[in-house]
Write a protein that binds this ligand. Structure first.
Ligand code: ADP
Length: 477
């Protein structure tokens, strides 16, 4: 099959979260399955031409290679992508994000024609790429080049929808009929993710549980009705993990490598992390790690509520992440109050993340909702026991044999579960069993890639795109 992967961030070129990990690793796994695949993404300032050996194809197009032979095309436009960040700065989202990402989508579709890559599947990720299925079924509806192209949309987090004022609609070059309740209109605003959900052939999310959760009012962020209408085209496939990057046997960032057969290096990694964080070098106190956005979604509301109590428990805590300023401030206060217990790193730091995954005993990830979650998968791989709230991908991957899980979202349930995990840590037999189950779990991409191929086949066999067949666009077909 000929597949195009369209995502606004892709490892190793640009990353702010799990989307980039998936968009970088899934193509490699698909290539290993014998598929022909290319990637198209914006050329951000941070993607240095020398570092990634970029070559120029056209005035505004560069390319590089991933895996054996996956071409990655970068769309260059200095005024849109030549900025320090991907989506926004300290003051919030960039005000021209609609133009930035509609340009990306349009240019991607033109580029495929220019390089004569006639895709069977265009796999789009999150709202930034969602205008691709919208344009395909509107601007390109009569274009024979895309006659047999089908689209798959992966929603990595339904909380981020790409909402813009109605007045900006003309910037999209779409007929006003598309700004309709059966199209991009959402309570008087433009909702780009909704557009992707309406116009793509197949919709999937990154875990089976989350695919069901988002069809409910509690987790659907207002889009549950749209998903319900398309429920026969909604699927959930668990993300895999790139085990070439996340491998304690070969990891270059950690003090001592270790494996499922010989875990002894992990103790050195803990000592190294404690020393780096200027925490007391204690073997018998459980060290909890956090690598996360500091956001309510990640459970920081209940962590913040209980942080003083947590710091008074017999544990150490290392937090790496950035996010809401209010959580930055609360955690900074705690560092002043409990300097020997908590170590705080308010930044994005890949090397330190590796050290935390390897050197911690437990990984704290009490997300309020979690589409899939990579943190818990990485921590399992490093025999660091996850402590999670039972939701989405966390519910699909963590259980009492490899971690700690609570099913009532509250500060008290969190504290109670931390307490139980501290007790378990003191029981050597129980702890070793947990460590072994965790590190031997297999969340590599192989199985998930096969499931994506099945999904692509479903999309190819779909009679028409799964839209309502009532709206203007469908009637036209
Ligand atoms: P998200 O909702 O943010 O995408 P995931 O758990 O799916 O959450 O993926 C987050 C990814 O980003 C993981 O690979 C995690 O290790 C990484 N990450 C998050 N915050 C940081 C940080 N401050 N420094 C380094 N890596 C980070």
């Amino acid at each position: 099959m000929k597949i195009v992967m369209c995502a606004s961030e892709v490892v190793p070129f640009a990353k702010t979260g799990g989307l980039a990990d998936v968009a970088g690793a899934l193509p490699l796994a698909l290539e290993a399955e014998g598929q022909e695949i290319i990637i198209v993404m914006p050329k951000y300032k941070m993607i240095q031409e020398t570092k990634f050996n970029l070559k120029r194809l056209k005035n505004d197009i560069l390319y590089s290679t991933l895996g054996k032979n996956i071409k990655v095309y970068f769309i260059e436009k200095e005024s849109f992508y030549g900025r320090d960040s991907l989506y926004g700065d300290k003051t919030g989202d960039y005000p021209d994000n609609l133009e930035r990402f509609s340009y990306y989508c349009k240019r991607a579709l033109e580029l495929l024609k220019e390089i004569n890559f006639k895709p069977d599947i265009i796999h789009v990720h999150d709202w930034q790429a969602c205008l691709i299925p919208v344009y395909l079924r509107n601007l390109y509806a009569q274009d024979s080049f895309y006659k047999n192209t089908r689209t798959v949309l992966t929603i990595h987090n339904i909380g981020y929808q790409g909402l813009f004022p109605k007045e900006e609609f003309p910037k999209l070059d779409l007929a006003w009929s598309v700004f309709d309740i059966e199209g991009l209109e959402f309570y008087g605003k433009i909702n780009i993710l909704k557009g992707g959900m309406v116009y793509s052939d197949i919709i999937n999310t990154v875990s089976p549980t989350y695919s069901k959760e988002i069809q409910t009012q509690e987790f659907g962020f207002g889009l549950e009705g749209v998903l319900n209408k398309r429920k026969n085209s909604v699927f959930g496939i668990l993300n895999g993990l790139d085990y070439t990057i996340w491998n304690p046997e070969t990891d270059k960032f950690i003090a001592s490598n270790f494996s499922a057969k010989n875990l002894s290096g992990k103790a050195k990694d803990k000592e190294d992390l404690q020393a780096f964080c200027k925490l007391p070098l204690k073997k018998d106190v459980p060290l909890f790690g956090v690598v996360s956005r500091l956001a309510e979604q990640k459970g920081f509301d209940i962590v913040a509520e209980g942080i003083d109590e947590i710091c008074n428990m017999d544990l150490q805590l290392v937090i790496l992440g950035t996010g809401d300023l209010k959580y930055h401030q609360i955690m900074e206060e705690m560092v002043k109050k409990h300097p020997k217990v908590i170590s705080l790193h308010l930044k994005f730091d890949d090397a330190l993340a590796h050290k935390i995954y390897a050197g911690s005993d437990l990984f704290l990830m009490p997300s309020k909702y979690e589409p899939c979650g990579l943190g818990q998968l990485i921590s399992l791989r490093y025999a660091t026991i996850p402590l999670v709230f039972k939701t989405g991908g966390l519910a699909d991957t963590v259980n009492k044999d490899n971690g700690f899980i609570f099913d009532r979202y509250s500060k008290d349930a969190l504290i109670g579960t931390i307490e139980s995990s501290i007790q378990a840590f003191k029981n050597k037999n129980k702890w070793n069993k947990l460590l072994n189950t965790a590190i031997n779990a297999d969340f590599s991409w192989g199985e998930s890639a096969k499931k994506y191929l099945d999904l692509y086949m479903k999309a190819r066999n779909s009679r028409t795109f799964g839209c309502c067949e009532k709206s203007a666009c469908c009637r036209k077909k």
